[in-house]
Design a protein around this ligand. Sequence first.
Ligand code: NAI
Length: 363
Amino acid sequence: MVKSPGSSKSSKAAKTPKRRTHRITLIPGDGIGPEVSAAVVSIVEAAGRATGAAFEWHRYAAGAEAFETTGEYIPKALYDSIEENRVALKGPVTTPVGGGFASINVALRQKFELFANFRPVKSLPGLKTIYPDIDLIIVRENMEDLYAGLEHVVVPGVVQALKIITEKGSTRIAKFAFDYARRQGRKKVHAIHKANIMKLSDGLFLRCCQTVAEGFPEVEYREHIVDNTCMQLVMNPYQYDILLTENLYGDILSDLCSAFVGGLGLVPGANLGTECAIFEAVHGSAPDIAGKNLANPTALLQSAVLMLHHIGESETAARVQDALEQVYREGRTLTRDVGGTSGTREFAEAVLRAMETPVKAQA
Ligand code: NAI
């Protein structure tokens, strides 16, 4: 073994292994964002202390809050930070309805070419939900479709919104879904579309999915029309494994599927590109419960678990996930959205306690 300089000395430093430090851009967001972010940061840091990981959080505001102090909805310093750190954890940011500034989320996804939105919808133990043992993945194209935000007034009283679907974008997201299926041994990919009406745009999306599917003979490939998919999901979600969708359908189906596992307070997400990744929950800023210590931080916490895997901190990720599942299994300290009576902070404290006294899951 090659010894590094000074390693022969039995110094204190040699006994205390160097902690792995990760620089993460943190956008706490607004509404319930600051509450759930604070809970998540405290849990991730505690897990890291046990596994030797340290986190440097580079905090930035975005949206209306950022505009007040910097005059920009997405400050340049925030863009620079994501570019440098390549990983961000993001709370929800309010987007004004029917006017005002453009979506911060869409802008960040466009800027960093985060073409894949990956949303695992998985039941947590102990929770009574509409369906047990749900394990679905939504793979949503993240940059095109009606979310390109290209709208204009043709003549007064007539507005046109452009739906952009490209061969490149469709092929890339289909490849992402099938690659994931192959890597994880998942059985089925359903492409979700409305190509009976949007023959050119959704037709192109489908053709790209079909071409990609040919390279993955071990993965069953099927196609469902989006409206039928909504009914099929509610009747029997178990028929699906991976849902491969364009941007708008994926957005809607994500909220629908979240109801299977207990609602929006639970479902995490990752916006993935080739250079950077932004991890955020499916839910929004929930103004109806903001600032009341009512929000469930699970969705952002599970997004942080995805982030920890992404940065190679699988042990830290497992520590967080195990503690989270322990709290759900015990069911004593849950938030109101999933039938409990505890607040955001009490829930976070329960996860922290579970991390200190882990109980092995019953087989
Ligand atoms: P929402 O997801 O904020 O809330 C929908 C419902 O779910 C509300 O009843 C809310 O109380 C509940 N909910 C959401 N998250 C919860 C949590 N963690 N714990 C407990 N309950 C939770 O959707 P809404 O009301 O349509 O949108 C509010 C704002 O959020 C809008 O300005 C929208 O543009 C923005 N938004 C931002 C997103 C993001 O930043 N990624 C994503 C979705 C919406």
